[in-house]
Design a protein around this ligand. Structure first.
Ligand code: TXA
Ligand code: MG
Length: 337
């Protein structure tokens, strides 16, 4: 199949493909999504095929107007409404009881549905023009880092999807915050740019799923199936280093080699004697979020075999950076005494 490229002036053409049951990668403020008509079971199935996605990993339904929620859910509790009013359009996904109108293929084996209103103007325009809610997982091959440019999508999915709508580089760089409001108290399943503190300021105390920081035990049922897979992972072996600035620099310098690189902070760069990729300043969590997936892809392009990564601080948006990086590392952490 030939994959067509669309500019932001060609949203109608991209929308036509979605109406006809095809697949179009669309820009969002978080990462690129692989969009299809969420109400068309065949189209939804073809998303799983194009990505090589495990069939039990449910999809997020994207909308352009809050009035679309009612037909997708069995109930829309007050707390969920408050969150949507505060954070939509934006990087927050809510999980609610699924209505019977939503095909089972969206959330295989579950009676819930994840919904998000993205903030990227071209995503909103595309969903509106398609005239239907749009299912969209990240537009990467399953297992590789999520795409934050149209070029990343092309590298993964050229020839496998109908089109790519180029809307520039994603401003957030990591996937949305996912929270389930199906039961009380609400549970955060995946951290993102909307932080725990921001959510609690609107609806009070929430719980954090242990999958946010820990590897899921084999055989245990995942609240968010996506969290159980090794994810976001480059081909290189990534090791997270927990320790002081000095311990990190001295370890990396004593293990310098042409196959090895550092994934570090701006402050480390002048001190390191090895190839180094900076995620941003040590305390600039937004910058780290924006650069992480791009850097993981660059590291693979340059064929490094081992990556010594600084441990991001798991506070605010940093929690999302930590959550993605620890998965990229397959939970391999070296702690200095
Ligand atoms: O920012 C984002 O959320 C991006 C853009 C494209 O909107 N999308 C995205 O989709 O990251 P995806 O499919 O890569 O991740 C969706 C996550 C997965 O971890 C999945 O398991 C979880 O949300 N999820 C979806 N529906 C769910 C449900 N009904 N119950 C529990 N988890 C759900
Ligand atoms: Mg994904």
């Amino acid at each position: 199949m030939e994959t067509l490229f669309f500019s932001e002036n060609e949203i109608e053409k991209a929308a036509k493909i979605i109406k006809q049951g095809g697949l179009v990668a669309m820009p969002t403020e978080t990462v690129y999504g692989l969009a299809a008509d969420a109400m068309n079971a065949q189209a939804v199935k073809s998303i799983f095929k194009a990505k090589g996605r495990p069939s039990d990993n449910p999809l997020i339904v994207h909308i352009y107007d809050i009035s679309q929620v009612d037909s997708l859910v069995k109930s829309f509790p007050q707390k969920a409404k408050k969150l949507c009013e505060k954070f939509w359009p934006g990087p927050l996904t809510i999980i609610l009881p699924k209505s019977d109108l939503v095909p089972n293929e969206i959330s295989p084996g579950l009676d819930t549905v994840a919904i998000r209103m993205p903030a990227h103007p071209s995503a909103l325009a595309l969903i509106k023009a398609a005239g239907t809610p749009v299912a969209a997982p990240s537009a990467n091959l399953s297992g590789s880092p999520s795409p934050v440019t149209a070029q990343h999508v092309k590298n993964d999915l050229d020839g496998k999807i109908d089109g790519i709508l180029d809307g520039g580089r994603c401003s957030v760089g990591l996937e949305s915050t996912v929270i389930t409001l199906v039961k009380e108290p609400p549970v955060l399943l995946r951290p993102g740019a909307v932080t725990v503190e921001e959510i609690e300021a609107v609806i009070g105390k929430i719980h954090l799923s242990h999958a946010v920081f820990e590897k899921l035990e084999l055989g245990k049922k995942a609240a968010s199936p996506g969290m159980k897979y090794k994810h976001y992972s480059p081909k290189a072996r990534v090791i997270i280093m927990k320790g002081s600035d000095e311990q990190y620099v001295s370890f990396v310098n004593s293990h310098a080699d042409s196959n090895v690189c550092a994934l570090c902070f701006d402050e480390d760069i002048p001190l390191l004697h090895t190839k180094a990729f900076s995620m941003g300043k040590k305390l600039d969590y937004e910058a780290q979020a924006r650069s992480l997936f791009d850097l993981l892809r660059k590291i693979d392009d340059e064929n490094f075999s081992t990556v010594y990564a600084r441990c991001p601080t798991a506070a605010g948006v940093g929690m999302a950076v930590y959550n993605r990086l620890i998965r990229a590392a397959g939970f391999e952490v070296k702690t200095f005494a």
